[in-house]
Design a protein around this ligand. Structure first.
Ligand code: ADP
Ligand code: MG
Length: 382
């Protein structure tokens, strides 16, 4: 998302009749290119949530301000910030430490890489990108402190972090091309050794300290070119860069979901529903309910909450209850860019029981009918 910068704007409510208090997101930056990565890094924290209003304050707004406020709330619920999860904290600690100490190393020895593994929608991509972007912020800052005149005229060439997504049905050549695509380097008519050399040159020319290869599990290891893949990874590892491999179950770790309630409490703080009582997500049987609906997968929770908030605003309920969430059919965002065969799409947990589909008539609108009324898991994973 590319939310507009508006930190200097007064809050929505008090500013009647003024300018539009927040901007709608533009096209999401494509992190797979240097320019897109930089744009995402620079704007990732710039979204300001809607202020909290109670019903009386909301009613006091003009119809136009009300409409804008509701739009701002919808944008808030669609741009929920990342919460700290046990996984994200563990990943952040290891990843940041590794990238940083490798970046400070002068010895020509091979840098130890990092593998991030887990199921689909568990937050691997967002967590890794966030940590890498944080590192880059700090690294650029440090650079300016150490030598403000470093690399005059070539600032745009400095890319401390490179991010590439492994293409579906990847081979070593297309993987190299994805990396070179980040740098905008030419890849025409090159054989594999040429491409690998070009990757090494791009990494070195741009001062890249961390190379993130996302969805690496698309690069299957059961083809005739196994050896090529291993050679490729080895070659990347010798390029004096911290190689960060992100994939689904690269090796097995039991996905322990702890601190679920803390995660819910964090999200609850972000919601802008006018009849929300404290403990709306964390009290009673709500944590279990939400866990059952999402299997504890943060990406599915995010989806359920966003759609639930929309329903709560549309119906005037202005709070989330299990009955209301029962009417929300879970669907997956951006699933088309994911490789189900590589395990990037989790099984959708069975929806709430709906005897005879009676509740269906209560539903105002449906986001997606594909998974409706089956009453059982309809996952697309392997
Ligand atoms: N720590 C988190 N807190 C809240 N939402 C998260 C968190 N991590 C990921 N998400 C959301 O979950 C969704 C899936 O995350 P993503 O990083 O794409 O998962 P993966 O790469 O593991 O498939 C994204 O929409 C993201 O915003
Ligand atoms: Mg991912």
């Amino acid at each position: 998302m590319t939310p507009g910068r508006h930190a200097d704007q007064p809050p929505t409510a008090g500013n009647r009749g003024g300018s539009v208090p927040f901007m709608l997101p533009g096209p999401p930056p494509m992190r797979e290119t240097l320019a897109g990565w930089q744009q995402w890094r620079a704007t990732r924290d710039s979204f300001a949530s809607a202020p909290r209003l109670d019903r009386a304050a909301w009613r006091a707004l003009s119809p136009r301000r009300r409409m804008l406020y509701d739009l701002h709330r919808a944008a808030t619920h669609a741009n929920l910030p990342l919460q700290q999860t046990p996984m994200s904290q563990a990943v952040a600690r290891v990843l940041r430490g590794r990238i940083e100490s490798n970046a400070l190393k002068h010895k020509p020895s091979t840098r130890a890489g990092v593998m991030i593994t887990g199921g689909g929608y568990q937050g691997k991509t967002e967590t890794a990108c966030e940590v890498a972007a944080d590192f880059e912020d700090a690294w650029l800052d440090l650079h300016r402190h150490l030598n403000p005149d470093a690399l005059p005229g070539t600032r745009d060439l400095h890319a401390p972090v490179a991010y590439a997504q492994t293409p579906v049905t990847a081979k070593p050549k297309s993987t190299c091309k994805a990396i070179l695509g980040f740098y905008g380097a030419d890849t025409k008519n090159m054989d594999l050794p040429g491409l690998v050399r070009q990757v090494a040159a791009s990494i070195s020319d741009h001062g890249t300290k961390a190379l993130l290869l996302d969805d690496i599990t698309r690069l299957r290891m059961h083809r005739a070119d196994d050896q090529d893949v291993l050679d490729l990874i080895r070659a990347f590892m010798s390029m004096h860069v911290t190689l960060v491999l992100i994939g689904v179950d690269i090796y097995d770790t039991p996905a322990q979901i702890t601190a679920w309630t803390r995660h819910l409490a964090g999200i609850e703080q972000q919601l802008r529903l006018m009849d929300a009582a404290p403990g709306m997500l964390t009290g009673g049987t709500m944590p279990e309910y939400l866990y059952r609906r999402t299997s504890g997968v943060v990406g599915l929770l995010e989806r359920l909450i966003e759609d639930g908030c929309r329903e709560a605003i549309d119906t005037g309920a202005e709070r989330l209850t299990q009955a209301l969430l029962d009417s929300v059919v879970l669907s997956l965002p951006d699933a088309s860019s994911r490789d189900a065969g590589a395990g990037e799409i989790p099984d959708l947990p069975p929806g709430p029981a709906r005897p005879g589909g009676k509740d269906a008539s209560k539903r105002k609108r449906r986001r997606n009918t594909v998974f409706d009324d089956h009453g059982s898991a309809s996952g697309t994973g392997t």
